[in-house]
Design a protein around this ligand. Structure first.
Ligand code: PDD
Length: 287
């Protein structure tokens, strides 16, 4: 069944939505994106995603393209028009389509950004069977650019990371720089040792995950110990538990790193508890 998507102010059948070959997203990966999850037809952490989108655009010297109120309305319309109960809304804003290829940014007064949103239905997000068995990850060097705090559409290296993981029978890759884990290819990385939740501190080295912020807030409220610091792959292999967070996986246990079982090799109790708390609490504020 074809979807109704949003392109530059219009709701269109997905087959009718067309973007120029000169679009800078296509030619230069000159664009930003957000992925917002939908549960029971409601948006999870919409505000956080909208704020991060504005920040990403500002960091790339892109003018604001759509107000938060309009953006919310577009998200809502897409949910209604596609009858979306559970899944995600993907949003991408590029620096637009000048009439040629040029490294120099086009004048924003002349070239308007390209705004695309579409839904992805997935009825297995809450009841994801992986949450019961956990994921396997492999480590790879982090070879991305230095501004990973900006959510750009340059996803070739993360895609390659997922392919490397797949070729080794794993589910995902954790990236390592100067001996320390930065993050997963499309998620933030955590370990648990002696009941303490350890995750890398925020900087330009990682994406400032919206799910990360919520999970750490809920962990603090539940009086759990949180340490925001670097950790190595060796430390992760010797941890009691490991897990990831993202808008598409929520909290997902990691049970094996580079072929070594983490803890018992089964999902840990802290990851399971955090997944439960996250889903419970976040649904209260879903809009
Ligand atoms: N990825 N780190 C990276 C590199 C990511 O791409 C993502 C999200 C995260 C988690 O951020 P958040 O909690 O805000 O989703 C961390 C999305 C889900 C994706 O690319 O599909």
């Amino acid at each position: 069944m074809s979807r109704i998507v949003y392109l530059n102010g219009e709701f269109l059948d997905e087959n009718e939505a067309k973007v120029s070959i000169f679009d800078r997203g296509f030619l230069m990966a000159d664009g930003v994106y957000e992925v917002t999850s939908v549960i029971n037809g409601k948006l999870i952490d919409f505000d956080g995603h909208a704020v991060r989108l504005e920040r990403s655009m500002k960091e790339l010297m892109m003018d604001s393209a759509i107000s938060k109120e309009n953006l919310l309305e577009v998200h809502r319309q897409l949910i209604v028009q596609n009858n979306l109960n559970e899944g995600m809304i993907y949003l991408q804003i590029t620096r637009g389509s000048p009439n040629d290829r040029d490294f120099v940014f086009p004048d924003p007064k002349e070239v308007k950004p390209t705004i695309v949103l579409f839904t992805q239905s997935n009825s297995n997000m809450v009841q994801n069977p992986k949450a019961k068995i956990g994921m396997k990850v492999v480590s790879i060097p982090d070879e991305r650019w230095g501004r990973r705090d900006i959510k750009t559409v340059q996803l070739l290296y993360p895609s390659m990371g997922k392919m490397i993981a797949k070729s080794q029978g794993a589910d995902d890759a954790w990236m390592v720089e100067d001996g320390m884990v930065t993050e997963g290819t499309s998620n933030n990385a955590y370990i648990v040792k002696d009941d303490s939740i350890i995750t890398r501190e925020l900087s330009n080295d990682i994406l400032h995950g919206i799910t990360r912020a919520a999970v750490l807030r809920f962990a603090n409220e539940a009086q759990m110990t949180v340490e925001e610091r670097n950790f190595s792959i060796e430390e992760a292999k010797n941890a009691d538990e490991a897990f990831i967070t993202s808008a598409s996986t929520f909290v997902m246990p990691v049970v094996n790193i580079d072929g070594v079982d983490v803890g018992t090799g089964k999902p840990g109790k802290i990851a399971a508890r955090l997944r439960e708390i996250y889903l419970e609490e976040t649904l209260k504020t879903a809009i």
